[in-house]
Design a protein around this ligand. Structure first.
Ligand SMILES: [Zn+2]
Length: 150
């Protein structure tokens, strides 16, 4: 098992602590470090296979609004499945300061990183503008799911 501290890097652009957050339930994020250890290898794969290639390609800051979720945080997250990939450390919800970039990032992952992801969802806000991308790493024998969610 990888044992990392929150400030340790998973890849050049990503620290473990960036996955121990929740924009919607920040009060529940403080506990995440206590249970993340068995999930760090999955976060490492997510960074290496998907997030770092996105950073290298687009050269902008990629922000994470939700990464790893423990049982409590996942249950408090509206619309989440009890078996969410976030529970396993295999998913992240990401956004950029300029959200107009999100469709390009979505297309890059969809077309250039095929075989490496399982879920790839581009979420739109209530005005129909790009809001964030949910992406998870590939799961054995399951075909990928790609959607735009409004
Ligand atoms: Zn998500």
């Amino acid at each position: 098992m990888l044992l990392l501290k929150p400030d340790d890097r998973l890849t050049a652009n990503y620290k473990l602590k960036e996955f121990l957050v929740s924009d919607r339930n920040p009060d529940l994020a403080g506990e995440l470090y206590k249970t993340v250890a068995p999930r760090i290898e999955n976060l490492f794969m997510l960074c290496h296979l998907i997030l770092q290639p996105v950073s290298d390609k687009f050269k902008v800051s990629i922000h994470i609004s939700s990464g790893y979720r423990d049982q409590r945080l996942n249950a408090a997250t509206k619309g989440s499945s009890p078996t969410s990939s976030h529970r396993k450390g295999k998913a992240a919800d990401i956004f950029t300061d300029n959200k107009d970039l999100l469709p390009d990032i979505f297309a890059f992952i969809r077309d250039q990183l095929r075989g490496l992801y399982f879920e790839l969802f581009l979420y739109l806000d209530e005005k129909g503008n790009p809001d964030f991308i949910h992406v998870s790493t590939a799961t054995h024998n399951r075909p990928e799911r790609v959607r735009i969610v409004d």
